[in-house]
Design a protein around this ligand. Structure first.
Ligand code: HH2
Length: 271
């Protein structure tokens, strides 16, 4: 078999938020969120990522208590009926702590454990962590993203955050890296990072890639105004990332992505 790269795993997104850019409000109540989680499991998700705070450009932060009320009961309910690995998408150590108590095992942090006490909490929890690059903060990050050399800067940031996590006691094997597509980046920055994914994978940690339904697709196809109109572009980005060695894809459209990966893997198998 001439398989070029192992098939990436698929992380399905469950946003329990009223304002996420693509599915905000759709799965906001507990029952819809749980049903959505069930449908993503049935569609072939390997991991579920549960988020209670939108990080879309312009989003306002959510108070901790509200975020806890959104994610903890849902994680408990999923864990009660499924063994699927659950990640929590949060920048708050207390939310991560409660999520792990409810049955999550992965902390997906778009701020790469930069909150006060975050690296120490991750070490204490012993969970897996996703360290993502973001320039600025969600409220303002798309106003004027600027880099001298986006690939070098993102790689240096991710290496430094991984080292900070290790120094605080996070096990090296627990660390994943993510270039943070769309987080303080223009289309040119996003494309440069996609081209450089093998370089990021060479840092020695598995890479998570999330471009599903993002504005990068609309920047290339201006007719894709609604995020639901971006499936073709999202699948293309997912396969481009798969070709460049990412270990996991964070997506809304699980069934379609799993199917695309199966076809991609079948082609890779014949050389
Ligand atoms: N993107 C979003 C949120 N969390 N986490 C990682 N590791 N990588 C990403 O690319 C990433 C992420 C934004 O997407 P979404 O969750 O659909 O929207 P919102 O933040 O508005 O809830």
């Amino acid at each position: 078999m001439l398989k070029s790269a192992p098939q990436p795993r698929v992380m399905g997104i469950v946003n329990v938020t009223p304002d996420s850019f693509s599915d905000g409000g759709r799965f906001f109540d507990h029952t819809s969120a749980l049903n959505h989680a069930r449908s993503l499991i049935a569609a072939g998700a390997d991991v579920l990522d549960i988020g209670g705070e939108s990080t879309r450009p312009g989003a306002e932060p959510v108070p901790e208590l509200i975020e806890l009320r959104r994610v903890v009961p849902l994680i408990q309910a999923i864990r009660a009926e499924s063994a699927i690995p659950i990640s929590v998408d949060t920048v708050k150590p207390e939310v991560a702590r409660a999520a792990m108590g409810a049955g999550a095992t992965i902390w997906n942090d778009v701020s790469a454990l930069r909150a006060p006490g975050a690296v120490e909490a991750a070490a204490e929890l012993g969970c897996k962590v996703v360290l993502m690059h973001m320039q600025g903060e969600p409220r303002t990050m798309q106003e004027a993203p600027h880099y001298e050399d986006v690939v070098a800067e993102v790689a240096a940031f991710l290496s430094a955050r991984a080292e900070a996590a290790v120094a605080a006691g996070v096990h090296r094997d627990c660390i994943w890296l993510d270039p943070g597509i769309g987080f303080g980046k223009t289309l040119a920055h996003n494309l440069a990072l996609i081209a450089a994914l093998p370089k990021l994978a060479a840092l020695g940690y598995p890479v998570l890639f999330g471009a599903s339904r993002k504005r990068a697709v609309r920047a290339i196809d201006p007719t894709a105004i609604e995020s639901d109109d971006r499936l073709g572009g999202s699948l293309t980005l997912a396969l481009a990332a798969a070709d460049r060695g990412v270990a996991m894809l964070r997506v809304h459209d699980v069934r379609e992505t799993v199917q695309a990966l199966k076809v991609w893997a079948a082609i890779s198998d014949v050389g």
